[in-house]
Design a protein around this ligand. Structure first.
Ligand code: 13P
Length: 342
């Protein structure tokens, strides 16, 4: 393992003003997003949509890396060049989601375990040869009556740590994503409690698996109220509780924490990111704080594109605007547009 190059890559992914675009939706997940805009889920449509995003003029100023799905990492653009070359040519690092999705956890109704460790060492080598520089593995932790169980947190943290060690062995930076879900009517404090317990276990497992923390990024959920909570905490409380939670559970050696948008609207996720980054900097957070948004960056441009090449330029302009605003929020310098209904 080349420690220096892992550390350099991790740092470059959270370079000042920059963050990550998550475009690694599985074929099924992008299918449900395409359904909502009436676009057929074909390989060509998936390529055209993602190529349109990646070619957006000027976004390389704000986007350090893109997490791809296996299909995209191997895919060619309409002109025959590879997607990987398109990104690297613009100074954007290609990464890849390497887990195989979450399945029911045996003996734990309502809880999930992420699969994909079998054969991972070989797949990682192949991904590196295809040009990937970093990887992602997502664990899903649901909040509900009597869940999550310690069992669910432990086995998911164990899998994340096994993945991280294998990724580093292959020279690929692991993005470690234990996502505590937004679904439910729980309070922000319950989200904070579960997130803290999860992160403590994740870092205990990472230590046991000898991961080099300086060459890792944490992809974290924000500490927020459940989607259906009767009262939802504002950005100020989200920031305080998210920073509290991270300061208690994430070792200072980690290169950075990049937030997922997690199904919040793009305005809400950007405003919360801004408040968290501002508060984190005020409190001397030891890691870079940035973003790794999928829906927070893509919802608006995807709707504008709507499956038609004629809309590509307009969609790119909207994507560029989201990238500018999210980058500003990552620096704690975002001002919500006056027209936004919040
Ligand atoms: P969202 O920003 O839409 O939550 O997606 C991030 C992601 O990659 C989830 O794994």
């Amino acid at each position: 393992m080349n420690a220096r190059s892992l550390v350099d890559t991790a740092k470059a992914l959270v370079a000042p003003g920059k963050g990550i675009l998550a475009a690694d939706e599985s074929t099924r997940t992008i299918g449900s997003r395409f359904d909502s805009i009436g676009v057929e889920n074909t390989e060509t449509n998936r390529r055209d949509y993602r190529e349109m995003l990646f070619r957006t003029p000027g976004v390389d100023q704000f986007i350090s890396g893109v997490i791809l799905y296996d299909e995209t990492l191997r895919q060619n653009c309409a002109d025959g060049g590879s997607m990987v070359d398109l990104l690297t040519g613009r100074g954007i690092m290609p990464g890849v989601k390497v887990d195989n999705g979450a399945q029911q956890l045996a003996g734990a109704p309502g809880e999930l375990i992420t699969e994909g460790l079998d054969g991972l060492r070989d797949r990682l080598r192949e991904y590196r040869d295809l040009g990937a520089r970093f990887t992602k593995w997502r664990a899903v932790i649901a909040i509900g009556r009597d869940i999550p169980s310690e069992y669910c947190i432990e086995v998911n943290a164990h899998a994340l740590a096994r993945y991280a060690a294998l990724a580093q062995e292959a020279g690929l930076v692991p993005i470690i994503e234990p996502e505590v879900m937004l679904d439910g009517d729980h309070s922000i404090d319950r989200c904070g409690e579960v997130t803290e317990a999860t992160l403590r276990e994740v870092y205990a497992q990472l230590a046991r698996h000898r991961a080099l923390l300086e060459g890792t990024l944490l992809k974290a959920n924000m500490v927020v109220s459940g989607r259906d909570a009767t009262e939802r905490a504002d950005s100020c409380e989200v920031a305080e509780k998210t920073v509290d939670c991270l300061m208690r559970s994430v070792p200072a050696a980690a290169a950075g924490v990049v937030f997922l948008s997690g199904g919040q609207s793009d305005e809400e996720s950007t405003a919360n990111l801004n408040a968290i980054c501002k508060r984190g900097n005020e409190r001397g957070a030891p890691w870079e704080l940035s973003f790794s948004f999928a829906r927070g960056l893509q919802s608006a441009p995807m709707s504008a594109w709507a499956g038609s090449a004629a809309n590509a330029a307009a969609a790119q302009e909207i994507f560029h605007t989201r990238a500018v605003l999210t980058s500003a929020a990552r620096c704690g310098k975002y001002t919500p547009p006056k027209t936004a209904a919040r």
